[in-house]
Design a protein around this ligand. Structure first.
Ligand code: CA
Length: 299
C-alpha cells in the first residue's frame, strides 16, 4: 500500500527520552506535555517560549491527561494518581493491578465524558500476549475493566460525534472500532477497521484523530506517522520521521494544526543510535488538516 501524500517531520524539541510517549496538548496552558515511560518523567514544553521542564515521578508513567480541576492525572506503575506540576506532589487514586506486579500502565486518553482510559502490558513484553488490560477511570475515581486479555495496549481515539471509539493493541497490527455510549461509557460491537501490514510498516502505536475523522497513527519501527481512513481502511498520507521509533502524536498549537510526534530510543542498538541521534526527541509537521481539542479528566 502506498500513500499518495508524503510529508516530512522536523525537529521541535531535542530530547533523550528513552520512551517518549503519550503527547497531550494542554490548550489552556498552551503547552505540550508528554511522558518518558522508562525515564520516569513527565515533560512540559511551551513551543512558543521554547521553555521546557521535566518532573521525575520515580516510577514508570504510562500516560497522562489534563484535569479539568487543575493539574494532571497519571497512569503510573502503582496505579492512577494525580500530579500537581507546580509542586511535583503525587496523590494516589486507585491501583487497578495491585495483583499484577509484573504489569505496568501504557497509553491512555480521556473520552468525551471526561473518563480517563488507560491500558497495561507485561513488563516482559515479548512474552506478554493476553496479559494486558484496558481500564477506565471514572470521574468518581472508580476503575472499570473494559477490555481484558490484550498484549500491548496502545492508541485510543474517539470520533467527533462521540459514538465510536478506536483502539490499538499493537501486536494485533490493526485498529478496532467499538460503538461507544457517552452516558454509560459502555463499548460494544468490536470490528477491525484498519489492518497495518506487518514488517513493512512496523507496529501501530499511539494515535490521534483529525477534524475529518481520519486517524494519524505512529508506526513503531516504521519510521513514519500515517494518516488512515477508518471508513475504508486505506492509508492516505505518510509523514516521514527521522527516527525509526515514533510512538504517538497529537494536534496542538493555537490552531490545532501542528502535529507533534513523540519518539523512543529504548532498546535501539549502538549502531542504530549512531544513525538516528535524534531518537527520543519531539518532532512536528503541519499536514494541512486540524485536530480536535483533547478532552480533560472530569475527576
Ligand atoms: Ca505506545
Amino acid at each position: 500500500m502506498k500513500a499518495e501524500t508524503i510529508l516530512t517531520a522536523e525537529l521541535e524539541y531535542e530530547s533523550q527520552s528513552l520512551l517518549g510517549e503519550g503527547p497531550v496538548w494542554d490548550a489552556r496552558a498552551r503547552r505540550l506535555i508528554w511522558v518518558d515511560i522508562e525515564g520516569f518523567a513527565v515533560h512540559l514544553y511551551d513551543p512558543v517560549a521554547r521553555d521546557h521542564g521535566a518532573i521525575n515521578v520515580g516510577q514508570f508513567v504510562g500516560s497522562l491527561a489534563v484535569r479539568k480541576s487543575g493539574g494532571l492525572v497519571l497512569a503510573l506503575k502503582s496505579g492512577f494518581a494525580t500530579l500537581d506540576p507546580e509542586t511535583g506532589e503525587i496523590t494516589p487514586i486507585a491501583d487497578a493491578e495491585s495483583h499484577l506486579p509484573d504489569n505496568r500502565f501504557n497509553d491512555g486518553k480521556c473520552d468525551p465524558a471526561g473518563r480517563f482510559w488507560a491500558g497495561t502490558l507485561a513488563l516482559d513484553e515479548d512474552n506478554g500476549a493476553g496479559k494486558g488490560n484496558l481500564y477506565c477511570l471514572g470521574a468518581d475515581h472508580r476503575v472499570e475493566l473494559k477490555i481484558p486479555g490484550v498484549w500491548i495496549s496502545n492508541g485510543l481515539a474517539w470520533t467527533e460525534d462521540e459514538r465510536t471509539m478506536y483502539y490499538i493493541d499493537s501486536p494485533a497490527q490493526k485498529v478496532v472500532a467499538y460503538d461507544y455510549d457517552k452516558a454509560s461509557g459502555e463499548i460494544a460491537n468490536p470490528r477491525t477497521v484498519i489492518t497495518v501490514p506487518a514488517s513493512e510498516m512496523g507496529y501501530p502505536d499511539g494515535m490521534t484523530i483529525d477534524e475529518e475523522g481520519m486517524l494519524w497513527i505512529a508506526h513503531w519501527d516504521g519510521g513514519h506517522v500515517c494518516r488512515w481512513n477508518p471508513r475504508t481502511g486505506e492509508e492516505m498520507a505518510e509523514i516521514k520521521v527521522p527516527v525509526s521509533r515514533p510512538t504517538s502524536c497529537v494536534f496542538g498549537g493555537e490552531d490545532f494544526g501542528t502535529l507533534y510526534i513523540t519518539s523512543a530510543r529504548t532498546r535501539l542498538s549502538a549502531e542504530k543510535l549512531a544513525a538516528e541521534p535524534l531518537a527520543g526527541s519531539v518532532f512536528k509537521c503541519r499536514p494541512g488538516v486540524r485536530g480536535l481539542p483533547m478532552r480533560e479528566f472530569a475527576g
